[in-house]
Design a protein around this ligand. Structure first.
Ligand SMILES: NC(=O)c1ccc[n+]([C@@H]2O[C@H](COP(=O)([O-])OP(=O)(O)OC[C@H]3O[C@@H](n4cnc5c(N)ncnc54)[C@H](OP(=O)(O)O)[C@@H]3O)[C@@H](O)[C@H]2O)c1
Length: 263
């Protein structure tokens, strides 16, 4: 999401830098990239295609559907069957593939998950999966009830929700999904538009000779074995810092200090 222009609209200021982030991520062994054709719109997918197509076998590109962009940069909901079909075909075109590795059905809005049925939307994606256009299905910005509802329609391989050191509303859901062998992919792992800041985080980072962002990522990876990371960055230097930092080993004392931050 960080590779498009300001407010995720239009081209990036540093196009070569965005292409370099993508190429270097794969060179560093990253096998999971999260995108959406709504980023730009089309801009991020087209950058991914330019930088990485033909894609390595090992790379999984996850995309999501459920919203359009308007001229003001808003994210109007687009979840009717014909809108979802159109978005899936647009993703296929912009990424340059015959089958999408993973499509998340994104519900909710900027305020977070909202109650309401996911069944019709998920049935549409399940039909597209049956047609061979999608390999795996996931859900995003959802309540635990919507996860359960989607699982009645088709297998759900991942849930992508807002979660980080400071926002832990999904604690129970993370545990439940881990028990069921379903991946949990936190979005805004670093806090998104307002990076996580806390004295406890800075203190742990200083003690380890690391950075707060690294510690925030390492905490997520240690939080549960089903957590997969998608930190966003437009800069190669931050990418390197995040890859190295996520591998930090946190002691029980560090984790206890960090666990005090969230709510
Ligand atoms: N499903 C959904 O509804 C949804 C919603 C939002 C996001 N997402 C997905 O989740 C991904 C991650 O979320 P996000 O990118 O919005 O938020 P994020 O990963 O929490 O944070 C990204 C911000 O942190 C900065 N950053 C990254 N590494 C840094 C470092 N080492 N030091 C200092 N600053 C650093 C980035 O700026 P720089 O560019 O300067 O590094 C950017 O401003 C997105 O890329 C998108 O794919 C999904």
């Amino acid at each position: 999401m960080q590779l498009a222009g300001p407010w995720v609209m239009g081209p990036p200021a540093d196009r070569d830098g965005a292409l370099a982030v993508l190429r270097e991520a794969v060179d560093w062994g990253i096998t999971h990239i999260d995108t959406s054709d709504a980023y730009g719109p089309h801009v991020t997918n087209e950058l991914i295609r330019e930088a990485l197509h033909p894609y390595p076998e090992s790379l999984l590109i996850a995309t999501k559907v459920g919203a359009n962009r308007d001229a003001q940069g808003g994210w109007p909901t687009a979840r009717r069957p014909e809108e979802l079909r159109r978005q899936v075909h647009e993703n296929l075109r912009s990424l340059g593939v015959d089958t999408l590795d993973l499509v998340n059905m994104r519900m909710g809005d900027a305020e977070g998950p909202q109650p309401g049925s996911i069944t019709e939307a998920f049935e549409t994606l399940a039909a597209l999966q049956q047609e061979g256009l999608i390999r795996h299905l996931g859900v995003s910005n959802v309540t635990a009830e919507q996860v359960a509802e989607a699982r009645v329609v088709a297998p759900v391989v991942c849930v992508q929700n807002l979660y980080n050191l400071a926002h832990r509303h999904d604690d129970d859901l993370v545990e439940q999904l881990a028990a069921d062998g379903i991946a949990y992919v936190p979005f805004f792992p670093l806090g998104g538009f307002s990076p996580v800041q806390s004295e406890a985080l800075s203190a742990v980072a200083a003690r380890l000779g690391s950075t707060p962002m690294s510690v925030a990522l390492a905490w997520l990876l240690q939080r549960s074995p089903n957590i997969l990371l998608i930190p966003g960055t437009s800069k190669v230097a931050h990418l390197r810092e995040n890859v190295v930092g996520a591998g930090l080993s946190l002691s029980a004392e560090d984790v206890a200090a960090l666990d005090g931050i969230g709510s």
